[in-house]
Design a protein around this ligand. Sequence first.
Ligand code: UDP
Length: 490
Amino acid sequence: MAHLVELRDHVSLREYESIAHLSRAVRELREEAASLLPGLKGHRVWMVNSTSHGGGVAELLPPLLAVLRELGVDANWLVMEADDPHFFRLTKRLHNLIHGQGDANLGEAERALYRQVSRDAAKAIERHVSPGDVLVVHDPQPLGAGAFLRKEMDIAAIWRCHIGLDRQTPETRAAWAFLDEYASAYDHAVFTAPEYIPGCLAGRATIIHPAIDPLSHKNRDLSIHKLVGILADGALIPTPGPMLTPPFPKPAKRLQRNGTWAPATEPEDIGLLHRPIVTQVSRWDRLKGFLPLMEGFVALKRDLDSRAGLDEWHRRSVHLARLVLAGPHPESIEDDPEGKEVLAELCKVYASMKPELQADVAIVVLPMSSKKHNALLVNALQRCSDIVVQNSLQEGFGLTVTEAMWKHAAVMGSHAVGLRQQIRPDLDGYLVTNPEDPREIAARLDDLLRDQRKREMLGRSAQQRVHDHFLIFTQVRRWLALISNALDAR
Ligand code: UDP
C-alpha cells in the first residue's frame, strides 16, 4: 500500500558548483541551508506521491530529494498505492474537476471510497513515519492519507498541490468541497500560483514555482558536436558524415504530404541548423493551442508576397522561417484519446495546405521509448530555435517555457496563468493576448523574426529570470524554509 523509492544516479552539488554561472546559486543555497539545518536535525522528511515514474511530480522529486539529502536532510520518497482501481479513477476525476472539467456530481459513494482507501494508505505510511517527522504530500491522491496521519500522529504535514484553475466554476467548487475536510487538516499548503489557492486554504498557503535542473538531459549545455550528433542520431537533420554515436533506435518522425510518417529528414532537411526556426514542443493537447499557432504562421507566410516596403532582412527572415510543431510519438499516447484526436486534427489541416506552405511546417513526433533520447531531442530542438512558442489557452506553469528561457530563446507565450508568471511581457519574451487569434500570432511572430537584436535581448533577460527564480536551487531553499517553519510551528 506504500513503497519506498530509492534514488538512482544524481548530480552532486559539487558538479553544479563547478559551473561558473551556477556556483553563486549553490553557495547561496548552502548558506541558507547552514542556518536552517540545525532545526531539521532528527526530523525525517517524507515526500509522498502516487507514482514513481511518469508525470511531472515523479520527474521533479528525484533532483529535489537528491539536493536535500546532500545538504544533510534525511529526505525520503514514499509512493502511495491503492488496490482498488476505482480510487485512481476517482482521483483523476478530482484532478479534472480542479481544472474545471468533468462531472461535478460527487456523492456518498465517492466519499466513502476516498475515505476508506486513504485510511488504509495512512496505515501503510505510518509504518515508515515517526513522531517529529515532516510529511510533504503531493496532489489529491495521497491528500486524504496524509490528513489521517496528521490527525493521529505528532508530525507536521504540508500539502503540495501542483494543479489549479484561475477561476471558480461549479466543477472546481465541487472538487474543493470534496477535498476540504482533508486539506484543512494540514499545517500548510503549497500552490504554483496565487490564483490556484482555493478559498478553504486562503491564508494558509504559499507559492513555490516549479523549477528545472540545469544539468538534466533536457537542459544541460550541448557542445556543437553533441548538438549536431543528437539531431543526426534522432533524424532531425541528415547525417553530415561519419558519426561517433549510432543512430537512436527510434528516430523523430515527420508528417509527410501523403499523411504517412517518415524520418524527420524526409522529404527534405527542415533546416534546423541554418534557417530561422519557430518551435512549439508540447503534449498533443487542445489547450496547448497548436492549431491556431500553425494557422498564424501560415498566414504570415501567405501574406508575405503582398506586403510592400519590407526591408530585405525582414523579408528574408520571414521567407526562410520554418515552424516545428513537436510532441510525443502517438505510440506513447495510446491511452490518451484526446491527444490522438488533436494530432489527427493537425494532420488534417496540414493535408489541406498548399505544398509550398507544407514545406515550411514540420509536424514532428519524438520517440518516447527512451526518456534520455527524448530529453536530448527536446533540448537540441529548443537550442536550434530562434523563437519558442507556448501558445497555451490554459497553462498550470509551462515547463517548456522555462526550459526555452534557460536556453535564452526568444519566447512567445500567452496570458495563461503559468506563462504570465514566468514571462514579463516585452522583457523576457512576448505574450499574445488571444492565443486563438492567428492574426495576432502572425503579427507577433513577424515582429520577432524581423528583429534579431530584440530576440537576443529577450533571450538574455529570460535566462537571467530562470536563473534567479526557476532553478532547483531556489526551489530547495523555499522548501527548506517552509519545512523549518512547519517544524517551528509544531
Ligand atoms: N515534453 C517532452 N517531450 C515531448 C513533449 C513534451 O519531453 O514530446 C516535456 C517538455 O519538455 C516539458 C514537459 O514535457 O518538460 C511538459 O511540461 P509542461 O509544464 O510544459 O506542460 P504539461 O505537459 O505538464 O501540461
